[in-house]
Every structure is written in C-alpha cells, then in structure tokens.
Design a protein around this ligand. Structure first.
Ligand code: C2E
Ligand code: MG
Ligand code: MG
Length: 749
C-alpha cells in the first residue's frame, strides 16, 4: 500500500511539519537500528532472488483503490515473508526499499512525489515494520523461531499479530496525517479510507504464510496451490476493484457534470446579476433624467415652475423663521413675442428664448434663481433684498438688458419685458400665492404698458372680482341671465329706421345689469364668447324675422350682430353661422356681422379669407369702431366688406374744424371711394346729426335716436314710423338733397 505519494504539496500547518519530521526521525532510527543489527550471516543466496521476485511481484500485481491514491499490492506479503525468512532487520530494510521503489514507479507514471513525501513513506514503512517486529517479539517470542518450530496455532497467532500490527500502525499514520489535513476526526478518516486496506493486509498475510510454509516444508504442490489461490484471490479482487472503479468513474463523471452544470448555473446567475445591476443602473440614470426633466425646462435647461415653487416654499419657511431676510419674486413676460414667433418662425422664437435665458442667468447672483415657466414667461427669485426698491432696480436692470438687440440667424431681433414684482411678507402662507401676485402685477404692467409694477392688494381684489365674474358668466347662459337689447340704426337722409344693432346685456343676480365692455373681454378670454355669440345671433335673427313679418314695409330691416375677433380662431365659425341662418329662417341679406377694426387688422390675411367665406353665405359685413384700429389702407380695399362704422369717439367730439371732425369727414370720403356705406355711431346731439348729414353720412346710431332697448320697446319704435321725422326742422327732401350736395362739395375740396 502507498500511503502518501503526494501529501505535502500544499502549505503545511506547523503541527503537520512537526509530525512529519518526528515520523521521519523515528523512521531513520528504525532504519539505523536495522542496518546496525543486520544479521548478515542469515542472508543466503536466496536473498537476491527473493528481493528481485518481490520487486517483480509488486510491480505487476498492483491495483489502485478507486477514488483514493492508495494502491493495493502484495508488497505487504513480501515484507511478511522477509520478516519470517530473514528476520526483523531485513524486513525493515525490505519495507524501506519497497517504499522507495514504489515511489519512483509512481513518479515515472507522472505523479509528483516530493522528497519529503518519499521520506515520510519510507519512515512509516520502517516504523510499521519495526513495530510489528517488536510486538511479535513481545507477544509470541521470535518470528523465525515460530516459523521454524512453532505449532500451527503459534504460526497462525504470529501471522495474526504481524498482520494486525502492520495494519494498525500503517493505517494509524495515514489516518492521523489525513485527518489533520482535512480537519476531520481521526477515527472517521481511518474508517473511511483505511479500513478497506485490512483485506489487503489479510490477503498479504495469508499469502506470506502459505509461501513461507511451502518454502519451509519444500512442498511444490503447496507452493503451486498457494500461488494459484493468491492469483485467483488477486484477480477476483482486481475485478471487484475494477467494477468499483467503473462505478466511481461514473459517479465522478456524474459529479463532474453536476459540477459543470452548477458552474454554468453560477455563470448564468452571475450574468443575470450583472444584467440586473446594469438595468438598475440604467433605471437610476433614467430616474435622474426624469427628475431633472421634472424640474427643468427642456429648451433653456433652466429650472421650471416646479423647482421654482419648491425653492419658494423653502424660502418662505426660512423667512418665517428669520423675517429680516426678505426676498422678491419677479414674473417676467416678453412683449410682442407672439408676433416674433409668427413672423420670424418658431425656431427664431426658441432661440430668442434661449438668449433671454442666458442674459437673465448672467444678471442674477449666485443665491438667486431664474426659471422658465412656459413660452415667453420667466420667473426670478431675488434673495436677501433690503426693500422693494432693490427689486425694482433689479427689474429695470433686466429690462435694460433685454431691450438690447439679440442677433439670431444673422438678423437683429428686439424685444422687451413686462415685469411684475411681489415681495414676501408674513401674510403669505403658500409659495404659490407669492408667484400668483407677481403674475397679477405683471399683467397689470402689460395692460398699462408700464415696464414693471410692484404688486399691491388692490390688484388682487380686482383679480378676484374678475375671477368671480368669469365663474358667474359660465352659469349666465344656463340661468338665462343674458338678454338682447336693440339699438335702432337710422337712415340720416330720410330719418327712417333701417334696422337694429343687437347688443348683449347681462342681468347679474347680485350686481344688476353689467355692461358688455366689462364681461365681453372675460367671455373672450374664457372662450365663452363663442356660445354667447351664437346665442345672440339666434335670438336676434328670430326676432328680426318676427319683425319683418309684422308689416310689409319691415321686410328690408336689417339686424347687426357683433362678432368677436376671438371667434375667428374657430374653424367652424362659417358652418355655425350658416346653421343659425337656416334655423331662424332669416334672409342672409338681412344680417350684418360687425367685426372690430382691430380684430381684422390683427391678422389681416386670415381675416380676409374668413370674411370672404362669411360673405359667401350672403350676409353683409361691417367694420366696427372704424378709426381706432390703425387700418392699413392697402388692406382695407381688399376686405370684402359692405360698411364702415365710424367709432363714436370721433362722432362724440366732432365739431366743425376739429381734428375728429376731419377724421369723420375723411372716413366718409374713404367709404365712398371704396363703395362702402357709412354708419356714424354715438350720435347724441342734433348738432352732430346735422354735421353728419351735411357730410353725407348715410346712416346713424346713437342716443339721440334711442339707447339700446329691450325687445318690447324696440317693437314700439318699429311701429312708430314717423318717430324721428321731427328731430330736425329741415327734414324735407329738398333740404336733404341740398345738404348732400353741400357735403359732396366739401368732400371734394
Ligand atoms: P359697439 O358694437 O360699437 O356698440 C355700440 C356701443 O355704443 C354700444 O355700447 C352702445 O350702447 C353704445 N352707444 C350707441 N350710441 C351711443 C351714444 O350715443 N352715446 C354713447 N355714449 N354710447 C352709445 P354697449 O352696448 O355698451 O356695447 C359696447 C361694446 O360691447 C360694443 O360696441 C361691442 O363691441 C361690444 N358688444 C356688445 N354686445 C356684443 C355682443 O353681443 N358680441 C360682441 N362680440 N360684442 C358685443
Ligand atoms: Mg357694434
Ligand atoms: Mg362700435
């Protein structure tokens, strides 16, 4: 049996080192003892023969035990035979030689044998054989004497002692070293690895006994039988071991496959974990991106409203703790940005916004904050200001910088900003309120075309009133609070009624009648103007149909309805109006739509297209409040219109020779040149009426004839045909004709 072909290749613990060298020392003592006491006389010619036979036998008859590095050989038989034939000293030396030989043989097969391993194996072989000799001497007396003259019982007892001692000492050494190295209990290692070897020792002992007995008695038959038995036992055992090895190999293969599979699983797991880590990293990054996007504006990369509000909340809390640290909020909106966007394109608009963002950022201090809310609307937080005037000074600084030209796509673009300012104070509970107030102040600044305004409480009250108005207006249609008033339009030549203008009134449950100038802008802002317009159109057209059917000479009466510029944006507008005409069954030619001059001029090209479509319905179109909207003459002749209504601000203050009088005269002349009828609004006095008649104005409308009145009163006016005949004494055809001629001459001047 080979005990430790390669047992100390790994790092040694100290205890193993000590044990190793102790064993080697003991082996050396045994070896020395054997050499010194070698009984040279007892070695005869058979010894070389015996030695060679032993080497040959151990070379060929050798089986490795499956899953161990141990070999089953009959080397132990050789040692037993040597002990019995030549004595203990020779046995020890034979054991050492056999150990060295086997180690070299293994080395030739490619097994690494360290010198210390070789030493240890030899030492164990020597110690085990020495121990066997000593135990045999101590129990049964001499080995050779027992062989020579002992009874069969003595011989069997001796063999048992030899086998038992050799096995115990060998296996104990093996178990101790293996147990220390593997951290297992000695008995367990001994049981697992060494107990099997008992069979080898028993077989070896039996074979040795047979051989010695045969040699001793010189019985060739016994020798032959012993040899055959030994070979049969050996071959059977070899087969058994082969089978064991096969099973062990299969188990090894299965285990290797399992291990490989486990390794694959581990790799897959590691891959999966790496994937997971990568995904979570990507997730983290995308969360960061989303977080950034949630708090920043994509175009300028400035903080957005969310971050602005968060910062305001923080500052407000801080301010409550240390009220001497004031801060101001600036709400900033570019003026005419819409025009720039529409005329130069959105990409120029975007670049302008980016440039403005950079300028603003370069103006603020480190602790301040600039944010972009949307479109052309920005916010600034000014930290640590002493008083409101600091914020105003800063707002003016911003304005000066914004007013400087921006160079975009090779052209210079100009803009300026309206700025509203609110200063933090202890009344503010919510951050949003401070920003709201800055916004309100900014809208005031825009309305009043002032550059910057600091918020005051009156603005808030007004804003609240407007908000309330808006809420109430939403319910007004449903609650039937709207009504139509009619104001007569009169032919100034004949002083006869030619129609009415329908004007909306709102009978507010708490506030009473609210004038349109107050609620129409709110309706326009909220989009309510669309249903409201359709409502008044429906109502007044139905009314006009009724009036037209009332008397034959009413058939030519017209109804004028105001159309808001905000309604233009509705692509559906033409269809909506057509539907009303159909539903009310009114002749389209009896309907006139009034559109303010500013509304058509704001977007002249679109207006022209839309007016054409409306006119294709067969109705008439009139430009309202003419003179206030800076009409471009180049456009005016392209508008498909029928009538101009001179704004009442000119009529109201016209006196012969004044500038307004000249304007009225010019408008009338213009109308005539373009083939348009003229209506003068706001005629309040006979004097104005006179002048207008002299100027040849065809139609008039004003308090002089009637204020706007409810339907019942309008019906009374309608029935009273000669109502205005006597307003002016010279109302006879000859005077009128003369007046017309007079005005024609004046216009021709
Ligand atoms: P507008 O279309 O120019 O209507 C004429 C306004 O002048 C009416 O004011 C009328 O009462 C007023 N007016 C007429 N003659 C005189 C006068 O001799 N002296 C004075 N001081 N005023 C006179 P109202 O009814 O307050 O309407 C104001 C404006 O509100 C209208 O001006 C029109 O632009 C708008 N509006 C009224 N109803 C509607 C509507 O149903 N839809 C739309 N879109 N706007 C409407
Ligand atoms: Mg009007
Ligand atoms: Mg008007």
């Amino acid at each position: 049996m080979r005990r430790f072909p390669n047992c100390f290749v790994t790092r040694k613990e100290k205890i193993l080192e000590i044990l190793l060298w102790t064993t080697v020392s003991l082996g050396a003592v045994s070896c020395a003892f054997a050499i010194i006491n070698l009984p040279v006389s007892s070695i005869d010619v058979t010894f070389p023969f015996f030695t060679m036979a032993a080497i040959a036998v151990t070379t060929f008859l050798q089986i490795q035990l499956p899953r161990t590095k141990m070999h089953f050989t009959i080397s132990d038989s050789v040692i037993f035979v040597a002990l019995m034939l030549y004595g203990g000293e020779v046995g020890i030396l034979i054991a050492i030689v056999e150990s060295i030989y086997t180690s070299f043989k293994l080395k030739r097969k490619g097994v690494t044998i360290m010198p210390r391993t070789l030493l240890l194996n030899c030492a164990i072989a020597a110690i085990a054989t020495q121990a066997t000799v000593l135990v045999a001497r101590g129990t049964i007396g001499g080995i050779q004497a027992t062989v020579d003259s002992g009874t069969p019982t003595d011989f069997v007892t001796m063999m048992s002692v030899l086998v038992a001692t050799q096995f115990m000492v060998n296996s104990l050494f093996v178990a101790v070293f293996a147990a220390i190295r593997s951290d297992k209990p000695i008995w367990k290692v001994w049981y697992e690895y060494c107990l099997n070897a008992l069979l080898m020792f028993l077989t070896g002992g039996f074979l040795a006994a047979v051989v010695v007995k045969a040699l001793h008695n010189l019985e060739p038959v016994l020798i032959g039988v012993a040899f055959v038995v030994a070979v049969v036992v050996f071959l059977t055992y070899k087969r058994h071991i082969e089978e064991l090895r096969l099973t062990a190999d299969q188990a090894d293969t299965a285990e290797r496959q399992r291990a490989e599979q486990a390794e694959r699983h581990i790799e897959e797991l590691q891959h999966y974990i790496r994937e997971q880590e990568r995904t979570s990293e990507e997730l983290r990054e995308s969360r960061e991106r989303y977080r950034h996007a949630a708090f920043h504006d994509g175009l300028t990369n400035l903080p957005n409203r969310n971050l602005f509000i968060e910062t305001l909340k923080f500052l407000l809390e801080k301010y409550k703790r240390t009220p001497n640290r004031k801060f101001a909020v600036l709400s900033l909106d570019l003026n005419r940005f819409k025009t720039i966007n529409e005329s130069l394109g959105h990409s120029v608009g975007d670049r302008l916004i980016s440039h403005v963002a950079k300028r603003l950022s370069s103006l603020v201090r480190e602790n301040d904050l600039v944010a972009r809310f949307s479109g052309d609307s920005f916010g600034v937080i000014l930290n640590n200001i002493q008083m409101a005037d600091d914020a105003v000074q800063f707002a003016r600084l911003i304005q000066r910088h914004i007013q400087k030209p921006f160079t975009i796509a090779g052209r210079q673009v100009f803009t300026d900003a309206s700025i509203g300012i609110s200063i933090c104070n202890s009344n503010y509970e919510e951050a949003e309120d401070i920003l709201r107030d800055a916004d309100i102040a900014m809208y005031h600044a825009k309305d009043k075309t002032k550059e910057c305004i600091v918020f005051d409480q009156a603005m808030h009250t007004r804003a609240m009133t407007l908000l309330q108005l808006e809420t109430d207006l939403r319910c007004a249609i449903d609650r039937d609070e709207l009504s139509v008033y009619y104001q007569p339009i009169v032919d100034l030549a004949t002083m006869k009624l030619i129609g009415f203008e329908a004007l909306m009134r709102w009978n507010h449950p708490q506030r009473g009648i609210i004038p349109p100038n107050e609620f129409i802008p709110v309706a326009e802002e909220t989009g309510l103007i669309v249903p409201m317009t359709l409502w008044i159109l429906q109502r007044s057209c139905s009314q006009m149909v009724e009036w037209q059917q009332r008397a034959p000479d009413n058939a030519s009466l017209m109804i004028s309805v105001n159309l808001s510029g905000k309604h233009f944006a509705h692509s559906d507008i033409v269809e909506q109006i057509r539907r009303v005409l159909l539903e009310t069954n009114i002749k389209a030619s009896s309907v006139k739509l009034e559109i303010t001059e500013s509304a058509v001029m704001e977007n002249a090209e679109t207006a022209i297209a839309l007016l054409k479509n409306l006119r294709s319905l067969g109705l008439q179109l009139s430009i309202d409040d003419f003179g206030t909207g800076y009409s471009s003459l180049s456009y005016l002749h392209r508008f498909p219109i029928d009538m101009l209504k001179v704004d009442r601000s000119f009529v109201g203050t016209m006196e012969d020779g004044t500038e307004n009088g000249e304007i009225v005269r010019t408008v009338i002349a213009l109308g005539k040149t373009l083939g348009l009828s003229i209506v003068a609004e706001g005629i309040e006095t006979i004097h104005q009426l006179h002048q207008l008649r002299i100027l040849g104005c065809e139609y008039g409308q004003g308090y002089l004839f009637s204020r706007p009145v409810p339907v019942e009163e309008a019906t009374v006016i309608l029935d009273d045909k000669s109502r205005w005949q006597n307003i002016i004494p010279d109302n006879n055809p000859a005077v009128v004709a003369q007046n017309r001629e007079f005005s024609r001459l004046r216009l021709a001047k």
